[in-house]
Write a protein that binds this ligand. Structure first.
Ligand SMILES: *[C@@H]1O[C@H](CO)[C@@H](O)[C@H](O)[C@H]1NC(C)=O
Ligand SMILES: *[C@@H]1O[C@H](CO)[C@@H](O)[C@H](O)[C@H]1NC(C)=O
Length: 888
């Protein structure tokens, strides 16, 4: 069902492309790519496709101006097949870019190449990866079902579903305080009517008599087998069906009932095999005008070692969802916090659960206790009932008339929360994605009040890393929703980037500067002023994201905590005994909801410490944070957030008008990720094991005072954490040197062709060597940059090189395909337009609608100084922020 290009374009112009079903993929015969088409660049989509040698498949999910294209896989003997670090289309783009600045080609060719080069904003090969279900394993032995009656409810409500009395999460006779508390909502006649929840999972058995009547086929798709219906096929494809039953099992005589039993469910199948980023991105936006909630019970492995998040296109899809989904009210993403609690895993090491765009849901068990599998972190918003202390979740199973009695884990907690949210949206369809989060924070029930993990926040609400703000309660949620006053639009404030002792990290994660992590830890502070908040139209705080650059020989030893001006502490990273990774936190972003509604004015302190082991060490290079909240004045222009393409460098190497929240992803080049089965991490006794309510989530951290930490010993004092002024200059000089070396590289190719020849010859000799082993003196322009950024230089040199021997290219990029990002950046410097040739205003190319007037205000002016215009006055003139100051 491939559409012709002109038809696609016509549809695109009419904004109706989403009516088309995704085309069947042929991953075995073709390579797939996603690119961002920049109409402003001047080339038609057709010209771009021809120049890159690709065939346009379809629009890439719901991402505007992004297109899915494909090309036949290279023949077995081609250079591309021999060297997997090189791919055809990226190479073709490199050739186009080389031609754009070449003098060996005709004027027409050069101009076409320029237009094409400028029309490609982003290009990425689509690698197939596998997501991990958070499914519990089948549990051997009988169920420890102790009760037989919830019969009064069943009788009064004429519930004939045979398993309803066993669905303790709906009515719990033994521990009546431990349930989702839905019957009062049903009594009000609110049963989910009109709301659709999409289960992004391993399928949904729409043939089940318990789901058929509530199945929403139009919102369903199978991204594993590329068919319209999400049919469970594999032996263990029962997870999505079970989760769907929790939400919308029909009130009939089959199995049990769902929390929102008159709502509908769609199935989007992605977990039954490897999928590409763009298919995952498209899945998270599939049918997003009609489906309101995306229930996601999967993520990176819960092994206590992984630190992984959504990559660029997926983040972009989530942002697209909250901005454009549901008619602009925003898709509600619900993510399970993870089952790795016993492995010391924490949900702040998972970029899906610590996204501000998702509601993160942990688990509570049958007795209302914390099951040890459920992960704790400062990004946990609420908990919902699931397996543990002798019981599981009873729900629909695959088959015509089947019931599961072994469902559980945080996998089952998330759909229970999604079911409650469906009830809330049924009562109040106008709630935005943020209203939903606000109501979660405000109405969650303070269970186990004696648990030492609870702490009072500045707003007076109790918060726990294990429970978030508490148990989501259907009655409390819906009644609050009924009277809810909608929150104002979201705004955010990027605080200055602190570089400790001139700390830097480039795209390749090589570093300079920074402060060694010494006993007692290293602290650093950032000041927030009321004037600064006013200047950003910022009224009330919600989430905080904190980006850190830390190297360490053993990541699991590192502890990171943030202390607010009011002495409220968020533990962002506690030690993880399983995590012996040596890559540290290269621009990783943590998130905390613990400061919700707190007044952020004053000094914020971050402390980075480790376990003081003599054999392990690390360096704290820098950090920054972003405050997210509501707008003070809605009559002002409200900026629209966009995901930066590159956000892992220190200082940030990003367009001046974009905003960061996310980490640098290395697009491809690292080996294909095959996530292990989650069942490896959720013990087989997850439903049987007794929970607890007596332990703090992160023992060992409580001895660190809740006030700004004492200063480290004098020897550890960060010598030159820059003031904002110094930071600004260093960043500016970085930007300038970035451009200088690009221009220098361009010039060098043209003028010193012979030198380049020698350079490439020498590199050929070394092409199998690591980047880091390449001596700097082989780079002719190394002095131009004035900074030890050798590897970036290689990258820049390679991109603009005119070298036709593709083998040569590989030496530039061994082990990585960073070029998709690098190329994106450097393309700006090829433009004829003098207004953008300076390279300081390429932001527009990252926007979806570069020519739309709406986007003139598309991004907030960042506090991070990127351009002289943007920030020259920032440090002294408007006094928005006190200086990012040194740790003492
Ligand atoms: C559960 O719902 C009832 C109404 O049916 C309500 O009175 C009660 O407060 C709710 N329980 C909790 C813990 O909020
Ligand atoms: C959404 O719902 C409307 C009204 O029911 C329907 O016309 C439309 O086709 C649906 N859109 C999608 C993408 O399913």
């Amino acid at each position: 069902m491939r559409l012709s290009l002109s038809l696609l374009l016509a549809l695109f112009a009419l904004g109706q492309v989403n009516a088309a079903r995704p085309a069947k993929r042929a991953y075995s015969s073709h390579d797939y790519y996603v690119f961002e088409y920049v109409p402003r660049g001047g080339a038609s989509l057709d010209e771009v496709a021809r120049s890159l040698g690709v065939e346009v498949v379809e629009r890439a999910g719901e991402l505007q101006n992004h297109w899915l294209v494909r090309t036949l896989k290279p023949p077995p003997h081609s250079i591309y097949a021999r060297d997997t670090s090189l791919d055809q289309v990226t190479h073709a783009l490199q050739q186009v870019r080389a031609k754009a600045s070449s003098s060996h080609h005709s004027r027409e060719e050069v101009q076409l190449s320029r237009r094409v080069a400028n029309s490609v904003g982003y290009l990425e090969y689509q690698q197939l990866r596998k997501r991990e279900k958070r499914a519990p394993p089948p549990t051997p032995g009988p169920n420890a079902l102790g009760l037989e009656t919830a019969s009064a409810v069943a009788q009064r409500m004429k519930i004939l579903d045979p398993e309803f009395p066993h669905q303790w999460h709906l009515v719990n006779d033994d521990y009546p305080q431990s349930m989702m508390n839905v019957t009062g909502v049903w009594d009000m006649g609110i049963t989910g009517h009109g709301v659709i929840t999409a289960l992004v999972d391993d399928g949904l058995d729409y043939r089940s008599d318990d789901l058929a009547a509530n199945f929403y086929a139009e919102g369903s798709h199978d991204y594993n087998d590329h068919t319209d219906l999400p049919t469970p096929v594999l032996f263990d494809d029962h997870h999505g069906t079970r989760c769907a039953g929790q939400i919308a099992a029909v009130k009939n005589d089959v199995c049990g009932v769902g929390i929102a039993y008159d709502s509908k469910v769609a199935g989007i199948r992605i977990l039954s095999g490897p999928i590409s980023d763009i298919d995952e991105a498209a899945a998270l936006n599939y049918g997003y005008q009609n489906s309101s909630i995306y229930s996601c019970s999967w993520g990176p492995p819960d092994n206590g070692r992984a630190m992984e998040g959504p990559r660029y296109l997926i983040k972009k899809a989530m942002v697209n969802g909250i901005q454009k989904g549901r008619g602009g009210k925003g898709s509600v993403f619900v993510f399970a916090s993870g089952n790795g609690g016993r492995n010391g895993d924490q949900c702040n090491f998972d970029g899906y659960t610590n996204s501000i765009f998702s509601v993160t849901v942990g688990a509570l068990d049958y007795k209302g206790l914390h099951p040890e599998y459920s992960e704790a972190c400062a990004a946990n918003m609420v908990v919902a009932y699931s397996s543990g202390s002798g019981n599981h979740i009873i729900t629909t199973d695959i088959g015509k008339n089947k019931c599961s009695t072994t469902h559980g884990g945080t996998s089952a907690a998330a759909p229970n929360a999604a079911g409650v949210i469906a009830l809330g949206l049924s009562a109040r369809p106008d709630l935005s994605w943020r209203d939903v989060q606000h109501i979660c924070v405000r109405t969650a029930v303070h269970i186990n009040p004696d648990d030492p993990d609870w702490e009072k926040t500045a707003s007076g609400r109790p918060f726990s890393y294990k429970y978030g703000y508490g148990a989501i309660d259907a009655y409390q949620f819906v009644t609050a929703a009924q009277n809810w006053e909608l929150v104002r639009p979201q705004v955010w404030v990027d605080l200055p980037v602190v570089q400790l002792n001139g700390g830097t990290m480039d795209l390749f994660q090589s570093t300079t500067g920074g402060v060694p992590i010494v006993p007692g830890g290293v602290t650093s502070t950032i000041d927030v002023t009321q004037e600064g908040l006013n200047g950003r139209n910022f009224e009330k705080l919600e989430h905080i994201t904190i980006q850190v650059w830390i190297t360490h020989t053993r990541r699991g030893d590192v502890e990171v905590e943030l202390v607010s001006p009011n002495g409220i502490k968020s533990i962002l990273a506690a030690k993880r005994y399983q995590d012996s990774d040596n890559t540290g936190f290269p621009g990783w972003v943590f998130m905390t909801v613990k400061h919700w509604d707190e007044n952020p004015v004053g000094t914020w302190t971050i402390r980075v410490s480790d376990q003081n082991k003599p054999e392990e060490s690390g360096t704290f290079l820098g950090w920054t944070m972003t405050l997210w909240g509501s707008a003070a004045d809605t009559s002002k222009d409200i900026p629209v957030y966009d995901v930066p393409v590159i956000d892992g460098t220190l200082p940030p190497l990003i367009p001046p008008n974009s905003s960061p929240t996310t980490t640098l992803d290395l697009p491809i080049g690292t080996a294909t990720k095959q996530h292990p089965k989650p069942t490896e991490h959720l013990g087989g006794d997850h439903g049987v094991a007794e929970g607890e309510a007596t332990k703090v989530a992160f023992p060992g951290n409580e001895d660190i005072a809740s006030t700004p930490a004492p200063t480290p010993s004098t020897s550890a004092k960060p010598v030159s954490t820059p003031t904002a002024d110094e930071g600004w200059f260093s960043e500016l000089s970085n930007l300038m040197s970035t451009q200088i070396w690009v221009f220098a590289a361009l010039g060098a190719v043209a003028i010193f062709g012979i030198a380049a020849g020698i350079f490439f010859w020498r590199r050929r000799v070394r092409r199998r060597q690591n980047y880091s082993s390449l001596p700097t003196d082989t780079v002719p322009m190394s002095t131009v940059s004035g900074r030890p950024r050798t590897r970036e230089l290689y990258d820049a040199f390679g991109e603009v090189s005119d070298d036709d021997d593709a083998d040569e290219q590989t030496g530039l990029r061994s082990g990585m395909h960073q070029q998709s990002e690098g190329l994106t950046y450097h393309s700006g410097f090829l433009e004829d337009d003098p207004s953008t040739a300076g390279g300081l205003t390429p932001a527009a190319r990252y926007k979806d609608e570069p020519d739309s007037p709406d986007h003139e205000h598309a991004a907030a002016p960042r506090d991070r100084p990127h351009s002289p215009e943007g920030s020259g006055s920032n440090n002294s003139g408007d006094g928005s922020w006190d200086h990012a100051s040194d740790a003492r």
